[in-house]
Design a protein around this ligand. Structure first.
Ligand SMILES: [Mn+2]
Length: 384
């Protein structure tokens, strides 16, 4: 049977008859008589259901429809207002940022730091490339706190200092690769819940702890140190990922530049900082090109994805990249005999990683290169 296409008049009649509390049967009969339709009780009932909310002629329903929408809108607005209030409260603390940085700088010693005299190295020499990323300072978790992070940083650096004692290390290239802070505002209310303290405090503690437990003890060895400083996805100050010069616009810019300023202030002429505007930077180790970036551009930590990044960056920079180092996945991996190193993380595996089913063992990755043989190996330093 051909489906009847209802006219506006027929729908008007259907709605007004129903408003007069006529039965479906009566409505069908009335429409059949008036318009010569061939409809029945069931068909008019179905049509009524279909049109009652959308059809403007039926004022009562129109009003109900609008009221319902208004209610939904109000609920959404209330939720948004609560969220904005919470975020604003914590954003206020950002004003303290400058004060806190000044505080961090003032706390360090004004006098020159004593630096060991560099050993007289002979024969085969080595370069140490310790990675430092995914600290997530401020992350709220049962098994993580600032104290835990300081302990882990200390363990890592102690191990690095042992390497320096045992081997003829002539250069240290720390790859600082972002996600230094957890960030209390990047994902709205979710981030507020996931943090123990505000972003401005996280930045202050990042400066203090990376300085005291990593940069300072390593620099005191007197070994030449070239810090490669790139940013991560948690270090941003906006809700979505920063694509426009993230190195310059993210909070890491403040952290890295403060560390650089502190190193200069205590007279470390053998320590340099490379803080690029972009998301990556490179260095050369015994004639080989090494690239550092956070790796949040990667969809996974699989070999083909990593290899594609090497090729893309090589084409982009018009140079052959030999090795890439990054973090983000909080899991230590090396691929293709050291060509790719995924750094571990120092934060807790609770929260995001736990929900997604990732296994995360706290620790960091360090590679060693020889002046004779180039890249030798990468160690995972487990930190409890
Ligand atoms: Mn990350």
């Amino acid at each position: 049977m051909r489906q009847h296409i209802w006219s506006v008049a027929e729908i008007d009649d259907l709605l007004s008859l129903r408003k007069q509390h006529k039965s479906w049967k009566q409505i069908a009969r009335s429409l059949n008589n008036k318009y010569g339709m061939d409809t029945n009780a069931n068909a008019v009932r179905m049509k009524y259901r279909d049109v009652r909310d959308k059809y403007p002629a039926f004022e009562e329903h129109k009003e109900a429809y609008m009221l319902r929408n208004r209610g939904r809108l109000r609920r959404n607005n209330n939720k948004k207002t609560r969220e904005v209030n919470l975020i604003t409260k914590h954003m206020d603390q950002h004003d303290e940022l400058i004060t806190r940085i000044k505080l961090a700088c003032r706390r360090m010693s004004r006098s020159k730091v004593e630096v060991s005299r560099q050993k007289n190295l002979k024969g085969e020499k080595f370069t140490l490339e310790p990675l430092l990323s995914d600290l997530h300072i401020g992350k709220a978790a049962r098994d993580f706190s600032r104290e835990v992070l300081q302990r882990r940083l200390q363990q890592y650096t102690d191990r690095l200092l042992r390497f320096c004692e045992l081997h003829q290390i002539e250069r240290i290239v720390p790859g600082l690769m972002g996600d230094l802070i957890e960030n209390q505002t990047m994902h709205g209310i979710h981030s507020v819940r996931a943090c123990e303290f505000s972003t401005s405090m996280q930045i202050q503690y990042a400066i203090e702890d990376i300085w005291a437990f990593f940069i300072l003890p390593l620099a005191k060895t007197g070994i030449k140190m070239d810090c490669k400083c790139v940013t991560g996805n948690h270090d941003r100050d906006i809700s979505s990922r920063e694509y426009h010069y993230p190195g310059k616009h993210n909070f890491t810019f403040i952290i890295y530049n403060s560390l650089k300023f502190m190193a200069e202030a205590v007279g470390f002429t053998h320590v340099t900082f490379d803080i690029p505007d972009v998301a990556y930077c490179t260095t050369e180790i015994y004639g080989r090109k090494v690239l550092f970036e956070h790796f949040d551009v990667l969809k996974s930590c699989s070999p083909d994805v990593a290899e594609r990044l090497i090729q893309k960056r090589s084409a982009q920079l018009e140079t052959l990249i030999d090795y890439i180092r990054g973090g983000h996945f909080h899991t230590h991996h090396t691929m293709f005999a050291g060509r790719v190193v995924f750094n571990g993380g120092l934060a807790s595996g609770e929260g995001y990683a736990d929900t997604k089913g990732y296994k995360s063992v706290p620790g960091q990755s360090v590679s060693i290169y020889s002046s004779k043989e180039g890249y030798i190996t990468t160690y995972f330093v487990r930190c409890d």
